[in-house]
Design a protein around this ligand. Structure first.
Ligand code: FE2
Ligand code: FE2
Length: 175
């Protein structure tokens, strides 16, 4: 079984990932309501990724016979002043998650739990990508006077990526 402090922290992180899922659904619904289908689609896809992150962590705990607690989540922010606000909030969220993921790797290392430390490596790499994606999108959104330019950018640069064969298995996903 993984080190107890890591198990406790990973269970907390499952709640953070589900909260990120809910937040991105809220962002997607906001953009859908504004008839910005590309931004909506982008955030719906991001939401699914966050759910997958949570379920990968669930699977790891299942695989290692560690206790899993499926959490409730805090309500997301659902009203936004303008189209830039949800993206700025998303970038803040990704930076916060990056700190949480790094801390998890640190807890595993400190406990001498090398399997758990290795499990966190994929998430560390993933966070670098997610922060980069979101800060690029924020920059584009901030300098676009026409919201259609943001939509075009999403089509061009963020129309979704293929499956990542190196990703940990998510609970409930086909093996
Ligand atoms: Fe995540
Ligand atoms: Fe993320």
């Amino acid at each position: 079984m993984p080190a107890a402090p890591f198990v406790a922290k990973l269970n907390e992180q499952i709640a953070n990932e589900f909260a990120a899922h809910q937040q991105y659904v809220a962002c997607a619904v906001y953009f859908d309501g504004e008839t910005l289908p590309q931004l909506a689609g982008f955030f719906y896809r991001q939401a699914m990724e966050e759910r997958d992150h949570a379920m990968m962590m669930v699977q790891y705990l299942l695989d290692t016979d560690a206790p899993v607690e499926i959490p409730g989540v805090v309500p997301p922010v659902s009203t936004f002043d303008d189209v830039v606000a949800p993206i700025a909030l998303a970038l803040e969220q990704e930076k916060r998650v990056t700190a949480q993921i790094n801390e998890l790797a640190g807890v595993a290392r400190q406990a001498g739990d090398y399997s758990s430390e290795q499990f966190m490596q994929w998430f560390i790499k993933e966070q670098v990508e997610e922060v980069a994606t979101m800060s690029d999108l924020l920059r584009v959104a901030q300098r676009s006077s026409d919201v259609q330019d943001i939509e075009d950018y999403v089509v061009r640069e963020q129309s979704g990526e293929g499956a990542d064969p190196t990703a940990p298995r998510a609970a409930g996903a086909a093996a």
